[in-house]
Design a protein around this ligand. Structure first.
Ligand code: NAD
Ligand code: UFG
Length: 356
């Protein structure tokens, strides 16, 4: 592993500036969080093996913030390489995004998902403990609420999963509960994201899926830009107002500010704790609501066809956001129209994502 050149990579501890290690920081959500941390003048160190991201993200981060984070092309499962990063930097907290995340794919290659997501996390937590870096923000998901809870989902509900991907999130949450029980000096925030969409308002960063998008928003954006002919709407017979699936969409920039708030709480805590928070807008929109909003923002017609339901999908879910509002002092600021506007801006400026 080669070390990047860094003039000011270690925290002196005198300025209130914190050094945050971001695993998976080159990805869709991680890159937006890195921008927001750098804008708050925090030091950012990214560890990412680039298995689902592009190195160009670094120059985009620099264009937006005028700063270059330290970047290590390291796989989390490489304990030696990861330890070297911890040895070199005086890290105050870790935000752990790095994971494989495609729900459908996880049923086809479950061992890869368990290996990458679970082993990667175990190695990370072990190295964190070794270097006594015990502040952690973990990327969890609304998928941990499974399919049997009432809506809106609240943090105290029982957890379950319907896919190997979802099970990795439930397992890692359980592992962290055990880790905290064994050593209550750990200070942990479990952030359960609802449906992150949108892009940086500059149009320089956004979601860049490989191949055919699995998720609704990138698919709609590719139809709008002419890369795909027609959107398949999975199910028109759900017990929802228009028969299509309802989700809680959240702008990725709002999601990023939720991470800053979670970090602030960890750093300010008198006593360490482990807490889960829903990061969502607290409001549900149907697939057709999103299609209409995107048509309005882009001025394009989105051709769609209603097809049978997708296996594993549920009719409707959205977040109870009371706990995040109260304990993190956080709420979303962007509307569905804002999410569509920024996605369209990104898609138009980068029709082939970071390859453009
Ligand atoms: P992403 O794929 O864009 O980013 C993940 C990053 O992690 C990628 O850059 C990838 O290269 C890296 N990575 C994966 N495995 C790694 C490993 N072993 N070592 C080093 N780097 C590795 O995904 P995203 O949408 O930004 O999601 C970030 C996190 O949020 C993930 O944990 C995901 O499960 C979670 N999440 C995402 C969503 C969503 O809809 N995007 C919803 C809920 C939760
Ligand atoms: N949908 C379509 N057509 C598509 C894609 C999606 O109709 O081409 C529908 C789905 O059926 C669903 C809605 O659009 O009703 C949203 O689907 P996404 O695939 O965009 O998102 P999901 O709610 O299925 O899942 C996402 C992430 C998961 C995460 C979950 C909760 O992919 O990782 O949100 O956070 F767990």
């Amino acid at each position: 592993m080669s070390f990047p050149f860094l003039a000011d990579s270690t925290n002196t501890g005198t300025t209130g500036v914190k050094t945050i290690l971001v695993t998976g920081g080159m990805g869709f959500i991680g890159s937006h969080v890195c921008v927001s941390l750098l804008e708050e003048n925090q030091q950012v160190i990214i560890v990412d093996n680039l298995c689902n991201s592009n190195k160009k993200v670094l120059s985009r981060i620099e264009k937006i913030t005028g700063k270059v984070p330290a970047f290590y092309s390291v796989d989390l499962m490489d304990e030696e390489a990861l330890s070297s990063v911890f040895k070199r930097h005086n890290i105050d907290a870790v935000i752990h995004f790095a994971a494989l995340k495609a729900v459908g794919e996880s049923s086809q290659i479950p061992l890869s998902y368990y290996h990458n997501n679970i082993t990667g996390s175990l190695v990370l937590f072990k190295v964190m403990e070794k270097y006594q870096v015990l502040n952690l923000v973990f990327s969890s998901s609304a998928t941990v609420y499974g399919e049997n809870n009432p809506i809106p989902y609240a943090e105290h509900f029982p957890l379950s999963a319907t896919s190997p991907y979802g099970r990795t999130k439930v397992m890692i949450e359980d592992i962290l509960q055990d880790v905290f029980k064994a050593n209550p000096k750990w200070n942990i925030s479990l952030l359960r994201y609802f449906n992150p969409i949108g892009a940086h308002p500059s149009g320089l960063m956004g979601e860049d899926p490989n191949g055919i998008p699995n998720n609704l928003m990138p698919y709609i954006a590719q139809v709008a830009v002419g890369k795909r002919d027609v959107l398949s709407v999975f199910g028109g017979d759900y017990p929802t107002p228009d028969g299509t699936g309802v989700r809680d969409y959240i702008h990725v920039v709002d999601l990023a500010s939720g991470h800053s708030k979670a970090l602030q709480k960890l750093f300010a805590a008198e006593f360490p704790s482990i807490d889960a928070y829903n990061l969502g807008a607290g409001k549900g929109y149907s697939v057709l609501d999103v299609v209409k909003a995107f048509e309005k923002s882009s001025g394009k017609d989105i051709h769609y066809v209603i097809v049978p339901r997708r296996e594993g999908d549920i009719a409707e879910f959205y977040a109870d956001t009371t706990k995040a509002a109260k304990e993190l002092d956080w709420q979303v600021e962007n509307s569905l129209d804002d999410m569509c506007r920024d996605t369209w801006n990104w898609q138009q400026k980068n029709p082939n994502g970071y390859q453009s």
